[in-house]
Design a protein around this ligand. Sequence first.
Ligand code: ADP
Ligand code: MG
Length: 215
Amino acid sequence: MILEAYGIRKSFDRDVLSDIDIKLKTGSITVLIGPSGAGKSTLLAILGLILKYDSGTIKILGKSIENLSDNRLSDIRNRHIGFLFQSHYLMKSFSVMENIIMPAMIARLNRNDASKRAKKFLERLGLSDIGDRRVETLSGGESQRISLLRAMIMRPELILADEPTGNLDSLSCNQLLSLIKWANKAGETFLIATHDKNVASIADEVLTLKDGKLI
Ligand code: ADP
Ligand code: MG
């Protein structure tokens, strides 16, 4: 199990998550659906160790994260979890290659190793020719695929994706979904929050968030 969470509760001015149990099996794609405001982004932020929760337990790779310092939490996040959002948040004035290896640079890993891995990703996808392009010249679909490669550069076990197809037309959406399947075959486990029914087509498991509970 990559991640297990039990009895997760979170309130803002109202109860958003009331009693969430979730398990993400190694190598699986789980799709989380639910209407806007259901708490999907809140749950992903909690499982991604970005947002504190009121009560419950989270285990990542079998280890409880309770009572860990913020430094330890961000360490676990950087090593084991990648993120993909509705907006790509690529760095405008940098090249595609520089964007993909950015997390490795921030973690002070060897630049050559990271570049080699990024090149391999681009080759496998038939995108070798775009490595040197500035990201501002990419289409929305290309940007989103490049941000998935950036999320994979540290080889995290788990990728959390929040409405990753939200801004994409149907062709780009299908291209991103095939890239997700490719990443999954390469060993990544995914949890994808969406209200796009197409995304459920690649899921091993579909969970629905309703009234603060998973069904
Ligand atoms: P979803 O992603 O399913 O659309 P969210 O997790 O974004 O839902 O939001 C769930 C609920 O929590 C909404 O009612 C939202 O207004 C509320 N909420 C989310 N973040 C905050 C916050 N930082 N402060 C107050 N309320 C919040
Ligand atoms: Mg959301």
